[in-house]
Design a protein around this ligand. Structure first.
Ligand SMILES: Nc1ncnc2c1ncn2[C@@H]1O[C@H](COP(=O)(O)OP(=O)(O)O)[C@@H](O)[C@H]1O
Ligand SMILES: [Mg+2]
Length: 229
């Protein structure tokens, strides 16, 4: 059984230990703080490639101001670049945009598996796996990339929105409040931690609080969040 330590947001971010090749999964209802967490964790990694799936997003503009470079296609990337936003332009129709995104992300994932050391940020994994039909690619990347020191970070609103191996294959798992019984049940899949504790804690979190679980170990931290900068 694991002890739950309560730490502040600032202390957590400062002390977070994360090695290249260790995947991350974050599960939070909309508005809880997934993107905010990702934004705060971006500087921990290099060779970041952020998959821009939305038509527009405050975060994209923020990271572009902070040195990220926008690319339409992974083919435009000539050598390793530290901070990339892969974000295709909107096409005339939704289905053309979806086709362009599918092509751009599939191509990127296919090249990332034959290179080493990338960090792939996927804010909405459900969109990639269900809307764009890239579930197989995503699953493959989570299962195979660790061995080439590449990292995958996936966010989702509910555990069922992630391909099963994403939760199982992530070293660092972040869970926000959930009152959904099926979601609480799903959380029992996370190894190393007593399922009852995870379920009970997940019910009683405050809106911006999360449980952090490091797999393959026994560490479990409950973070009491304060407003991040
Ligand atoms: N730890 C936190 N403490 C206080 N406010 C937070 C925290 N995390 C996120 N927020 C606020 O909640 C809102 C939604 O956060 P966001 O990261 O966009 O959520 P998500 O990506 O899960 O939908 C933002 O306005 C953000 O500033
Ligand atoms: Mg978000």
């Amino acid at each position: 059984m694991s002890e739950i330590n309560r730490v502040s947001w600032e202390d957590f971010i400062r002390d977070f230990q994360w090695k290249q090749g260790e995947h991350v999964a974050a599960i939070a209802p909309t508005g809880a703080g997934k993107t905010t967490l990702f934004k705060n964790l971006l500087p921990y990694r290099g060779y970041n490639i952020f998959f821009g799936t939305k038509p527009d997003d405050k975060l994209y503009h923020q990271i572009l101001r902070n040195g990220y470079v926008r690319h339409e296609s992974f083919d435009d990337i000539k050598s390793y670049e530290n901070n990339i936003l892969l974000w295709v332009k909107q096409r005339k129709t939704i289905s053309e945009t979806i086709d362009a995104q599918r092509e751009a992300f599939r191509n990127a994932l296919n090249q990332i598996v034959i290179q080493k050391g990338w960090t792939v940020w996927i804010d909405e994994a459900k969109y990639l796996s269900q809307m764009l039909g890239l579930k197989e690619e995503l699953t493959y990347c989570v299962e195979q990339l660790r061995s080439i020191d590449s990292t995958v970070i996936c966010g989702a609103q509910r555990p069922a929105f992630l391909p099963p191996s994403v939760l199982a294959g992530s070293t660092h798992v972040f869970l926000w409040k959930t009152t959904d019984r099926r979601d609480q049940e799903k959380l029992s899949d996370i190894g190393g931690i007593d399922a009852t504790i995870v379920r009970n804690e997940a019910k009683s979190l405050g809106k911006h609080e999360f449980i952090y679980i490091k797999s393959r170990g026994t560490t479990s931290k409950l973070v009491i969040s304060q407003t991040p900068k």
